[in-house]
Design a protein around this ligand. Structure first.
Ligand code: GAL
Length: 812
């Protein structure tokens, strides 16, 4: 089979103007003024219900992230079948050990002066965890099931013009409903869109670019509208806001305008050149009145999936150097925050990553906007379960009623984003077994195709043998394999597509800055301190170390890329310590829960970032108790060879070679005996000339606190965050890699202390308390702006240490 898909995409963009209204179509984000309570109050939707004692919150909000951690929360006693378990055991930290189970109520009182009789109003939820029941002015107006879905409710008949309205939302999170920390509450934006009666249908415009005609890109705009005798004008603007094409009129069919517009000499969108155009679509009544206007950002890019050749972007074969990401943002929980997402993508960009898989659910709009702007391809996923359960109260409860609606909303709301290059209808669904599952796979894929004929659909499969036999794998546009490197070749031969995607790879585990001896490859390895070794040789029984994926990625043109599990640690699923309290967050991340890179970051960077050089040494060199003992030294680098020196004495040259996957991708000195001092690595270029050097030194006692902000100027919008990395150094300024000092944080001026995180998966310290211990010498403090500009000071103190302080500017 040869699958050829060509397309160009766009992004849905509304005019997001918090609190401000604009003419025709306008959006109000309900950010402030919320009251929240987690106590069960069955009648909390009624208008005169007293909420004066409820907590004042702003939305996005995650009610569970404030803790405390407790092993009793959602303690799942079960056998995880996907992991090959047969006997049920107590999984304490599986969903993060945070209080997300139960009911939560949100209420907001607001008025919308622009709403008048004859206008239309929609209430939009970008994600509500979970099972939202929505009440407006005391009346139930709608509900949804899945906590990750976007949905809207038409409130035209219930919204009061000229007076106050009361919105009440009840959310319920059942125990045993997730395999990871899902968050709790209105964790994404809630907004109200006001439109004229004649309007562009919400999420009803689809822009594609089917082809190049000579030097022109063909832009195809299909816009669904309401009203009669209407006309549409579209202007295409380039990134500098110059109008580069205009189209009036066009065909009209099925209440959709269809325009074909040509853009000469287009700038193509790619991860390296994330160029965005804007389509300004205007809807006019017969008398010439403007009724609606949309500003839709889009990119011009061509994708093609070809058997045996691979995936190409704009005619160039490109492999997905991707990571899977859960939606939580570590210490911020699930509450979406653009600064936190942008920081993640900035870190991933530096690693050379070019793609994200939103495992295992719908991505936030904010993340897609950033992926468009910063240049990441996107595999947008929908479900972790279909009709057959993985967890007792999982998505299977909603599958029959909601699966189609959930996919329709996912696709319609996001299909204009150029970043999205593939959809995923599921992850390791137990429906991989049996004939019903094959039917479901086809049904879901057909819905995606109906809504978007331009992108292929995959499923992350772990039951590869079963899907080879049943036809499940053969019917997918793109067969995605989760792990199982030993089956790639067979799957390639058996499946007709001629392509294999590493939809999920590695699941290597490590704890930042922690090293275990002796250094050996191991599966499901456990240690007494509930940490995993950062020599990057430990994986799960079902998974593998990164180098094994690299071999397939490099040697097989039909392997179209990989999505590593995971880019960052996330809350919950603390494998291999699922049964060990107090482990409560993952060990899979390439970077830790605080966003600090582990050693593995540099292994991927040495392959993926082809612009910059990587020369990273591990482990740290502070092994007081290990003098004279074998302490292997690894170097992750894109140089082919290097020489290692311990206290000036050469330990020999190592050159990458094909004898083992590790020897192919790492330089390793396995027999080094520890002595305090300096380890230095000197790397050579292909001519054998010295090209770069790096060193690691033994540190003395912690002496001084050092602060480094990712951004020293932030926006005074009450949402923006500066992430300050805090570490300690000795008297000579050498970082102390084993320091565990408890530090205290104080923020003054035009900002607030928001949270801290040290990346220790076993820490029960609460993120928003202003005290925390360093983990492997580091932690990150999050400083948030307020809505007033000014200077923010962060001061960090610790017993016996010289304090650290930093100023951050907050501007309008
Ligand atoms: C996969 C699964 C992921 C995560 C991972 C851990 O099988 O799709 O959600 O559980 O294993 O290795």
């Amino acid at each position: 089979m040869k699958l050829v898909l060509k397309s160009i995409f766009f992004s849905f963009v509304l005019i997001f103007s918090s609190g401000k209204m604009m003419s025709q179509s306008s959006t109000v984000i309900l950010e402030d003024n919320w009251r929240f309570s987690a106590a069960v109050k069955e009648d909390a939707f009624s208008i005169d219900f007293d909420t004066s004692k409820w907590e004042k919150v702003s939305v996005p909000h995650d009610w569970a992230i404030y803790g405390p951690f407790d092993k009793e929360w959602d303690k799942q006693v079960s056998a995880i079948e996907q992991n090959g378990e047969k006997i049920p055991t107590e999984k304490t930290g599986r969903t993060g050990a945070l209080p997300h189970i139960g009911t939560g109520w949100y209420r907001n009182t607001f008025s919308i002066p622009e709403f008048k009789k004859g206008k239309k109003a929609l209430l939009i939820f970008e994600g509500a965890m979970s099972e939202p029941q929505v009440y407006l002015n005391g009346k139930k107006i709608g509900e949804w099931g899945y906590g990750y879905s976007y949905f809207y409710i038409d409130i035209t008949n219930d919204l009061r013009a000229g007076s106050e309205n009361l919105l009440a939302v009840k959310l319920t999170n059942m125990p045993f409903s997730s395999r990871w920390y899902p968050g709790a509450g209105l964790y994404r934006n809630v907004s109200i869109v006001i439109k004229e009666e004649e309007n562009f249908v919400q999420w009803g415009t689809f822009i594609t670019t089917p082809e190049m005609k000579g030097e022109n890109a063909v832009i195809d705009v299909k816009a669904e509208f309401q009203g009669s005798n209407m006309s549409m004008i579209t202007q295409i603007k380039d990134a500098d806001n110059n109008v580069v094409a205009t189209q009036k009129g066009g065909e009209m069919k099925d209440q959709k305008f269809h325009q074909i517009i040509e853009v000469a000499k287009p700038h193509l969108w790619s991860p390296e050149t994330p160029y965005l155009y804007t389509a300004v679509t205007k809807l006019y009544a017969a008398d010439g009145t403007l009724k609606d206007e949309q500003n839709i950002k889009f990119g011009i890019r061509f994708i093609k999936y070809e058997a045996h050749k691979g995936f190409s972007l704009n005619g160039k074969v490109t492999k997905f150097k991707g990571v899977c990401l859960h939606h939580d943002l570590g210490p911020l929980g699930a509450a979406v925050n653009k600064a936190a997402l942008k920081r993640q993508l900035t870190i991933l960009k530096d690693m050379g990553c070019n793609a994200i898989r939103s495992s295992h659910n719908m991505p936030s709009f904010e993340q897609l906007e950033l992926a468009d702007e910063m240049g990441f391809m996107f595999l947008a996923e929908s479900f972790d379960e279909w009709a057959k359960p993985k967890v007792k109260n999982g998505y299977h409860r909603f599958f029959q009623e909601y699966a189609e609606k959930d996919i329709v909303n996912l696709v319609r709301a996001t299909r204009n984003h150029p970043c999205i290059v593939m959809w995923s209808s599921g992850n390791e669904v137990p429906d991989q077994w049996g004939a019903e599952g094959v039917k479901r796979a086809r049904w879901l894929q057909d819905i995606f195709h109906r809504e978007d004929p331009t992108r292929p659909v995959t499923v992350g499969m772990d039951q590869v043998k079963a899907t080879m036999e049943s036809g499940f794998g053969a019917l997918l546009d793109i067969p995605g394999l989760n792990y199982r490197v030993h089956l790639y070749e067979e799957a390639y031969k058996t499946f007709p597509q001629g392509l294999i995607l590493g939809s999920e790879t590695a699941s290597t585990v490590s704890s930042r800055g922690i090293y275990k001896f002796p250094v050996v490859q191991a599966k499901n390895k456990e240690y007494d301190d509930f940490q995993s070794s950062s020599y990057d040789l430990e994986a799960c029984s079902w998974s593998n170390v990164p180098d094994e994926d690299f071999v397939l990625q490099d040697d097989k043109p039909w392997v179209i890329g990989e999505f590593v599990w995971t880019g960052f640690d996330y809350l919950g699923e603390p494998t291999p310590y699922d049964e060990k309290w107090p482990s409560r967050s993952s060990y899979f991340g390439i970077s830790d829960l605080a966003g600090l890179p582990k050693d593995r970051f540099y292994l991927y960077r040495s392959r993926w970032n082809t612009k910059d050089k990587t020369l990273h040494i591990l482990p740290h060199w502070n092994w007081k108790e290990r003098e004279g003992e074998v302490t292997p030294v690894f170097v992750y680098t894109n140089y082919e060879s290097a020489e290692l020196f311990v206290n000036g004495k050469s330990m020999g040259v190592r050159k990458k070679n094909n004898s083992t996957p590790q020897n192919r991708y790492r330089l390793m000195w396995n027999d080094i005996k520890y002595e305090p001092g300096t380890i230095k690595v000197v790397a050579f270029d292909s001519n054998g000339k010295i090209a770069a050097e790096n060193e690691v030194r033994t540190a003395g006692d912690p002496y001084r606190i050092v602060l480094e902000a990712d951004r020293k100027t932030i926006k005074a919008d009450g949402d923006d965050i500066s992430f300050v990395t805090v570490s300690v150094v000795d008297k000579n300024g050498i970082p102390c890699p084993t320091a565990v000092n408890e530090l205290e944080f104080k923020v003054t001026g035009a900002g607030t202390y928001r949270a801290a995180c040290n990346g220790d998966a076993t820490s029960l310290e609460i993120f928003h308390h202003n005290k925390m211990k360093l983990f492997s010498g580091k932690l990150v403090v999050l400083v948030k702006s307020i809505k007033t500009a000014g200077t923010i000071q962060l001061e960090v103190t610790g017993k016996g240490l010289r304090k650290g302080s930093i100023e951050i500017g907050s501007v309008n």
